[in-house]
Design a protein around this ligand. Structure first.
Ligand code: MV4
Length: 449
């Protein structure tokens, strides 16, 4: 096993990784920007190296500086967390060239999955159900229109280098097609430097359900069940849960088998997520694969009693997956506590935390890097804490969530806590019968958007 790991990240995920390293007896190196001098990941790591000024591009994204920090401290591996360099093929490659184990996928895997049209084609060829649409990228409007007519309107045009909503256009009929095709493509050029797009049938109000998978060097791939991430605002997830309220044993077996098939067909190693859309008839379709640990991984950990970061590190060190998946136990829900003002369109609200109290007790987990008197820097995402509740069933988890959310105190900055308290009283949320349109409708009714 590795003796020392560098964590190329900040915030709650850096702390999350440090905690598992300590339990594994692995020494840790934190890296931090000048704005994060007083962050807890710096305090709790065995060593810490300042890698530059506040702006991400001058610190957490500076590949040569991070590689030097690993070399100077003698770290044998780098864990990238999520965001920043986690899905940067160049970084993965430079780690390999420098003799440092990147705890994440190979550059080839990142490139394949990062190209959404390719990833989808690969999955389709290997027998994973995909949304009807173009076979790979579409290079001109005429071909695009023909495909749209074949699959039937409405269709959606997506940027191949995209994901997370950018460069996406819904097209209701032929008259809108040409304009949508051009704008999606130019938006993709502007955002990703790559204008390639692909086309698929537009599914009305699907659920977003993703499967957690893990592969090792011996060709084993397992899945740890699903997460329902349908509650999003502008492609930012706010609440995630496992199991999905619509899941049954039969659908889990089918979707799980498809997820494992997809991952095995590309010889996937490490932690990954297969994102699917599920329609109201419970038809499911592969959409994208994420080649990283995700923010919402704790709900999977709660119902599987597995430390996913530990599995990730063991597998990267050449060991077999240690914790076998099983049927989920109980129900877990994660609430993202962001320093944002829900009354003002979730505008970021950085500043000093004047007063702080975390909830506790049975079935509660908090992953957070903040503390009382901490000053939230304005340069990064606004995630302050993740509240993960577990209960023997969904109803009990929800009651526990209300109790914990009421205990949760943050003064000095606006947070998403009041918003979560309202969702926890919403009938549709309580029924479990919601889809990706839930939050837009919820906010429209409240007249905030
Ligand atoms: C779709 C879709 C409906 N049909 N694709 C949004 C983010 C991007 N990764 C894919 N997205 C969608 N793709 C087809 N063919 C609806 C969405 C979508 C969505 C997906 C998951 C979670 C929230 C969403 C909100 C709006 C649209």
């Amino acid at each position: 096993m590795f003796k020392k790991i560098l964590i190329a990240n900040r915030g709650e995920i850096a702390l999350r990784i440090i905690r598992t390293c300590k339990e594994l007896g692995v020494k840790t190196v934190a890296v931090y920007s000048e704005a994060d001098k007083h962050s807890l990941h710096v305090t709790f790591a065995d060593e810490a190296v300042c890698i530059g000024p506040a702006l991400s591009k001058d610190s957490y994204l500076k590949i040569p500086v991070i590689i030097s920090a690993a070399q100077i401290t003698g770290a044998e591996a780098i864990h990238p967390g999520y965001g920043f360099l986690a899905e940067n093929a160049n970084f993965s490659e430079i780690c390999a060239e420098s003799g440092i184990k990147f705890i994440g996928p190979s550059p080839e895997m990142i490139n394949m999955m990062g190209n959404k049209a390719n990833a989808k084609e690969t999955m389709r060829r290997n027998g994973v159900p995909v949304i009807p649409g173009s076979d790979g990228v579409v290079t001109n409007v005429i071909d695009g229109k023909a495909i749209a007519h074949e699959i039937g309107f409405p269709v959606i045009i997506k940027a191949s280098a995209g994901g997370g909503g950018k460069g996406m256009r819904i097209v209701q009929d032929e008259s809108e097609f040409e304009n949508a095709f051009q704008t999606a493509s130019s938006e993709a050029v502007a955002s990703f430097g790559n204008g390639e797009v692909y086309i698929e049938k537009y599914l009305e109000n699907p659920r977003h359900i993703e499967f957690q998978i893990m592969g090792d060097q011996f060709g084993n791939v397992y899945h740890y069940g699903e997460r329902d991430c349908s509650i999003q605002r502008r492609h930012q997830k706010l609440i995630e849960e496992s199991p999905s309220p619509i899941m049954d044993a039969e659908l889990r077996r089918k979707m799980g088998e498809a997820a494992v098939l997809g991952a095995k067909s590309v010889n996937y190693e490490g932690a990954g997520t297969i994102e699917c859309l599920v329609d109201k008839y419970k038809n499911f379709y592969f959409m994208e694969m994420n080649t990283r640990i995700q923010v919402e991984h704790p709900v999977t950990e709660a119902v599987n009693q597995v430390d996913l970061i530990r599995q990730q590190i063991l597998v990267a060190g050449g060991e077999k997956i240690e914790t076998m998946p099983k049927d989920p136990i109980g129900h877990a829900i994660e609430f993202r506590i962001n320093a944002e003002d829900p009354e003002k369109g979730f505008r970021p609200n950085p500043g000093k935390i004047e007063s702080l109290h975390f909830p506790g007790g049975f079935g509660i987990r908090i992953d957070s890097h903040v503390y009382q008197s901490y000053v939230i820097p304005p340069h990064y995402d606004s995630l302050l804490a993740k509240l993960i509740v577990w209960g023997t069933d969904r109803k009990i988890a929800i009651k526990r969530a209300r109790r914990a959310m009421e205990e949760f105190t943050v003064e000095g900055v606006k947070t998403t806590i009041p918003f979560h308290l309202e969702v926890l009283e919403n009938e549709q949320f309580l029924s479990g019968n919601f889809d990706t349109s839930f939050l837009d409708n919820f906010l429209k009714e409240k007249n905030i958007n």
